[in-house]
Design a protein around this ligand. Structure first.
Ligand SMILES: [Zn+2]
Length: 232
């Protein structure tokens, strides 16, 4: 009798695990599921310079977009009308744990965002335009560029953030690209390339028997889009 109970419990445990795996998969974003990723290793890019140049152009675009960060800062101390010591504001996401989360139909993912002063960081902000603010006031939606400059004041050091010009168009050079890659940086270029559909082996139709039925995975094109993961 004991043996039967153990066997039964094991079967139940396996069943529970099998059911749990697809549920866990649902936390992935749809992009992870539908677009496969191919690795593009620049160190082995070799002969195909056309693709490499396209990759560099796409990465450069991403870098220039990322460079400018729009943030809100809380002024800790005014140095002059263009220089401020500030705390960054941090966004926190709060999930609603009670039954009202389910009303929204989001599967318990309902919540709200709050902003609070992050007292663990203090930065030196230099702006292009003068701002008339007092201590503890907010500088909202400032487009900034992270710099490596360290500013010193009263025996303390602060990282300098510089307000970005309205049209920030500086290019990401090939040298910066290679240097960043060698430091281990990677970029994901969404839907950057195509490859043969694995469902129909690039033929576009479902199978030999239903020759004229379109392959549903590639919609009959024989190709599917892929993300490029650019790395050294
Ligand atoms: Zn197909």
């Amino acid at each position: 009798m004991k043996i039967i109970t153990v066997v039964l419990l094991s079967v139940l445990a396996i069943l529970a695990l099998t059911l749990a795996i697809p549920l866990r998969g649902q936390t992935q974003s749809p992009a992870d599921k539908t677009t496969p990723t191919v690795e593009f290793k620049v160190s082995k890019g070799g002969a195909d310079k056309t693709v490499l140049l396209r990759v560099l152009a796409a990465v450069s675009k991403l870098e220039n977009k990322e460079k400018k960060d729009v943030i809100t800062l809380s002024v800790a101390s005014v140095i002059d009308d263009k220089n401020f010591l500030c705390h960054k504001m941090k966004k926190s996401y709060h999930t609603i744990a009670d039954s009202s989360a389910r009303v929204g139909g989001g599967g318990g993912s309902a919540g709200y965002v709050t902003e609070s002063v992050d007292y663990s960081t203090m930065v030196w902000l230099t702006t292009n335009q003068p701002h008339k603010v007092a201590d503890d006031e907010l500088l909202t939606d400032i487009g900034v560029i992270e710099s490596d400059n360290i500013k010193k004041r009263g025996g303390s050091s602060y990282r300098q953030l510089i307000e970005a010009p309205e049209n920030e168009t500086s290019a990401f050079t090939k040298e910066q690209f290679i240097a960043a890659l060698k430091e281990g940086k990677t970029w994901r270029l969404e839907k950057f390339g195509t490859k043969d559909c694995e469902n129909c082996f690039g033929k576009g139709h479902a199978d030999a028997l239903r020759k004229y039925a379109k392959c549903l995975i590639c919609d009959g094109t024989g190709k599917i889009t892929v993300d490029y993961l650019v790395k050294w």
